[in-house]
Every structure is written in C-alpha cells, then in structure tokens.
Write a new protein. Structure first.
Length: 282
C-alpha cells in the first residue's frame, strides 16, 4: 500500500464496493482530499461531501468497518510516515485518471471473457431468430437498451425497446409474445430495479428466452436469465460508468448480424436511402 499515492490507496479501498449514490459522494470527496482524509472528523467529512453525519457512519459500515472511527484508524495505519499529497511517489494518478484506468481494466476482463465466443454466438442466434425482438433496460440501463435497439432496428425486421417501467410493461411483453417473440435481451446495471427482475421472471413464464448483459454473473437478474454475459461497470466516480456493457452490446449486435442473412442487404438499402435523402453531413 505504501508504494502508491493517497488517492490510489483510497481508490483501491472503494473498488468493487456496491455503494449508494450518497456513499459515492463521500468516497469521491475523500479521494479529492486524499492526503487529509485520514485526519478528517465525521462532521468535517460530512460537510465536505454535503451529506449528513449518519451518512458518513453508514458509509464506513458499508466498507466493512464498525464505524467511522475504525475507518479513520485504518486510513492512518496505511498512510506512510511523512506522506502528504503524494510527494515522492513514483507514479500517481488523479481520480479521473484512475476512473479511466479502471474502465480499461474492465475492458481487458471482457476481452478475456470473449476468448470463448460460444456464449455470444449462441446469444446472437437467439436474438436473430426472435420476431419480434424485445430489448429491455430500465433506469441506469435505459440508454444501453435504446442504443442497442437503435442499431438492431437497422438489420432486424421488428425490434421493440422496453425502456420505461409501469403497469404496461407486462402488457407489452404479452403483446410481443402473442406476435411470436421468442427472445428478450436485457441490459441490467446497478442499482438493479426490482421491476426488471419481475419483468424477466414474467417473460420466462411467457416462454421467452432471456439473454442478459449484467455487471456481474451474481447480479439479481441472474436467477431469471437463460444466458447471462457479464461486463463490469466502473465504480470510481459518483455515478457508474458502463463502457464494457456498451461494448458487449455492440459485440452481441455483430453476432446477431451473423445470424441474419438479410442483414447486409438491409444496411446497404439504408445507406442508399440515407444518401438519397441527404440524411448525413459528410
């Protein structure tokens, strides 16, 4: 621990922890004031992060400590004598660089996972064969679902994006099932809405095969997925970053295209119509 900057040591303490947005604010504030963090009182840290003092206590407990005094004691014990502000450190990165480096590591993990293309190829065929194809993603995952749906619609004849919850969600799953849908792809990112878990359970009851992109193989949606492919999210900033899930979505699109004989012709037709309309500025 002593061969890194105070900010890097704190970042490692927080990595992999499932923190609430308020708790991430506290962590973010500590990283910004990494050299001072071991000496801040709970009141001072609460003021720095703009949260309540009890939130600081809950934050420490979430990290596995008995309370904030125990967390502060730990930070003091792992702080090298005379270290302040990262002086004399061979290599240090600020919090933004650390977030980027963490995402690079997530992409490396995804690359290793894809060394076995079997699960992705199987998922691609399942998605290609479904008419219509349902794409589910709520809250934090809604942008992933919309992005996948946008590109999928260029090659798949019937794509239906479910990016809003509510009482009609099950109705739309029912309608797709009656129309012949055989598969649903779900993007599930933390914090996981209960509504997504319920929707996947209902989709499987209706006979749909569920393919899921989730942040972990142990995510709450795992029990309701026929095929789950994990892609880690970054947790170093106040809000999760999802580069690996987005890239995995594009990989699945590629695999789906391989299962659609008409995919290339559809893309060429779209390009021709787009050119005729002057749709894009070259």
């Amino acid at each position: 621990m002593s061969g890194s900057s105070p900010a890097a040591r704190l970042q490692r303490l927080f990595e992999g922890q499932r923190l609430t947005p308020t708790q991430r604010r506290i962590a973010h504030s500590m990283v910004r004031r990494a050299a001072d963090a071991p000496f801040l009182s709970s009141v001072e840290l609460a003021e720095l992060a703009g949260v309540s003092q009890p939130s600081v206590t809950r934050f420490a407990v979430a990290l596995g400590f008995d309370g904030y005094p125990a967390l502060r004691k730990h930070l003091r014990e792992v702080t090298p004598d005379g270290a302040a502000g990262g002086e004399g450190v061979e290599e240090s990165f600020n919090e933004y660089q650390q977030a980027v480096r963490a995402e690079i590591e997530n992409l490396r993990q995804l690359s290793g996972l894809l060394a076995d293309p079997g699960p992705v190829e199987r998922a691609g065929l399942l998605l290609a064969e479904s008419r219509p194809l349902l794409v589910l993603g709520l809250r934090a995952a809604s942008s992933q679902a919309r992005g996948f749906g946008y590109f999928a619609a260029k090659v798949h004849p019937d794509v239906r994006v479910l990016d809003e919850g509510g009482s009609m969600l099950h109705d739309r799953i029912d309608a797709a099932g009656r129309a012949g849908a055989s598969a649903l792809i779900c993007f599930a990112l933390p914090r996981h809405p209960r509504e997504v878990v319920d929707a996947l359970a209902y989709a499987r009851e209706r006979g749909l095969t569920v393919v899921t992109v989730a942040d972990s193989a142990f995510a709450p949606v795992a029990a309701h997925s026929d095929l789950l492919i994990p892609a880690a999210v970054g947790t170093g900033l106040a809000f999760d970053t999802a580069c690996a899930p987005m890239l995995l979505g594009r990989v699945l699109l590629e695999a789906m295209c391989d299962g659609l004989p008409e995919a290339q012709a559809r893309l060429e037709d779209f390009d021709a119509r787009a050119a005729a309309r002057g749709l894009f500025v070259e």
